[in-house]
Every structure is written in C-alpha cells, then in structure tokens.
Write a protein that binds this ligand. Structure first.
Ligand SMILES: C[S@@+](CC[C@H](N)C(=O)[O-])C[C@H]1O[C@@H](n2cnc3c(N)ncnc32)[C@H](O)[C@@H]1O
Length: 252
C-alpha cells in the first residue's frame, strides 16, 4: 500500500478503535459467515499455526478462538491499538501493513475479515498467502465487492476502498494453487435517518480514511440533497454493503 494512504487508513482506524466494535454490525455478520463456512467446509478443529490479518477489535479473532483451537495464533493489524485484541486471546501481535510485513513461515491457516479491500493489490496478497500456506493449510478471507457503498460513489465521495473485488476475482487469484471449498458474495443495505448519520457511521467504523474531505456548509448541503434525492426511502437513506468471501485449501 502507498505509504501516505496506509498512514491515513491507519490513523482513521486508530481513531475509531473505541467506537468500531459496536458500530460494525455488518463486519460482525461477515466474521460469523467466515467461521460458519469453515465449519461446514470441514476445516479441522485444531490448527498448529494460524495467522489473521487486519484483526482490528477482533470480530473474527474472538469467533475463531471460540470455534477452533490454536497452538500458535498470530494476529496482525496496521493499527497499534489492535495489540489489545491479541492480548485478549493470548495471541502474538504483528503490527504493520499486510502487504509488506514479514509473515511467520508456513502457517496452517491464513485468515482475514473485512481488510483486503484496503490493500493496493488484494489479489496479489491472496496469491502470496496461498503460496506461503503449509500443505493441507486453509485460507479463509472476506473482502468487499464493487457495489460496496455504491451510494457514496454516486454522490461523488472518494471514500471508496481501493481493492474492491468480486468473489470470482478471489477464486481466480488462488485457483491452481488451492482447492476452492466455497466462495460467495451478498448484497445488503443499512438504512439511516439522514446522510449525516451515514457519515457518522463511516467515522465510527473507520472507513473514511481515504476521504480527506473538509466539509463546508455548502458541500454538506449538496451531499445531503444529492444523497436524499437518489437514495431516500420511507425507511431512511440506504448504504449498501457487498461482502465477498473465499474458503480454500492447499493440497497435501
Ligand atoms: C474493517 S476493519 C476489520 C476488523 C476485523 N477484522 C473485523 O472483522 O471486524 C479493517 C481492519 O484492517 C486494518 N487494516 C487496514 N489496512 C491494513 C493493512 N494494509 N494491513 C494490516 N491491517 C490493515 C485496519 O486497521 C482495521 O483494523
């Protein structure tokens, strides 16, 4: 990831660290989904060495530790605050950019929820993960597809994450190296009473790291009018989530 962007993303997630967990209901569901798919895909209950990228406040970390048993679990994040997540489950913490940080050798599980969309080249990251897995190792990763926050794109916000990719892209990245256990994507909408509440939601979940927007009275009014005109419903204004995921296994 470009160093300037990675600094902004890190600062944004660090700022929202205390508000993220309770506000990120969609990310919590995505973490549930990944663990569920691993279980129905017959993942082993015990992993000797596991590596989680972008652990944040631990939606996925806690679910993994409930469902599976780890001899050595290492969790990573760009934001130093996530050391708390590691400490809470007795995992090692590896702070840094997932695209450049040194990984432990030959993990049996590489996993990540709702992080790869921030990478400059998420597909290359998946290929590197596939390569470094131990034989028989598992990959369980979720990101977001091109419809993520489509409302913001339409109203001209540049808060969009750089690495949005569909589940077909995730599969194509590792096919040939890994056997695909399952993959998929879904679309869902959250509804907010006003566009201002959408911005508050983005701030609380740390996803406005690339926006760099300084609002004036006029630009906020324009944003609000445009948002309500195009996405206003009886239930409020919509915000689309487009999670995508892949579970795959390295042949022995
Ligand atoms: C949307 S949160 C997801 C957190 C958690 N996995 C979950 O499911 O709730 C994204 C996390 O990825 C981290 N992150 C973003 N870019 C990263 C990168 N290049 N390397 C490592 N972590 C990164 C952020 O700091 C943040 O904690």
């Amino acid at each position: 990831m470009n160093a300037q962007i990675s600094d902004r993303v890190q600062r944004s997630f660090s700022r929202s660290f205390r508000s993220y967990h309770a506000s990120a209901s969609q990310q919590a569901e995505i973490a549930d989904r990944l663990v569920h798919e691993m279980r129905i895909g017959d993942a082993p209950v015990h992993f000797a060495t596991a590596l989680e990228f972008g652990c944040g406040t631990g939606h996925l970390t806690h679910r993994l530790c409930t469902a599976f048993d780890f001899e050595n679990l290492t969790v990573n994040d760009l934001s130093p605050e996530a050391a708390e997540t590691a400490a809470a489950v007795g995992a090692a913490f590896m702070c840094g950019d997932a695209e450049t940080v040194e990984w432990p050798h030959r993990p049996d599980l590489i996993t990540s929820a709702s992080m790869i969309q921030w990478l400059h080249d998420p597909l290359r990251f998946l290929q590197r993960a596939a390569q470094s897995l131990a034989p028989g190792g598992w990959l369980a990763v979720s990101g977001f597809g091109p419809e993520q926050y489509r409302e913001l794109v339409r109203v001209g916000s540049n808060a969009k994450a750089p690495g949005l990719c569909g589940s077909n892209d995730l599969v194509a990245a590792v096919e040939g190296q890994l056997d695909i256990v399952s993959s998929g994507e879904s679309l869902s909408s959250l509804y907010f009473p006003s566009p201002r509440k959408v911005l508050e939601h983005l701030r609380k979940t740390g996803v406005n790291g690339r926006a760099q927007k300084v609002w004036t009275k006029t630009s906020l009014a324009q944003f609000t009018d445009h948002y309500v005109r195009d996405f206003g419903t009886d239930a409020g204004v919509s915000l689309t989530y487009h999670p995508t995921w892949i579970i795959a296994r390295k042949p022995w």
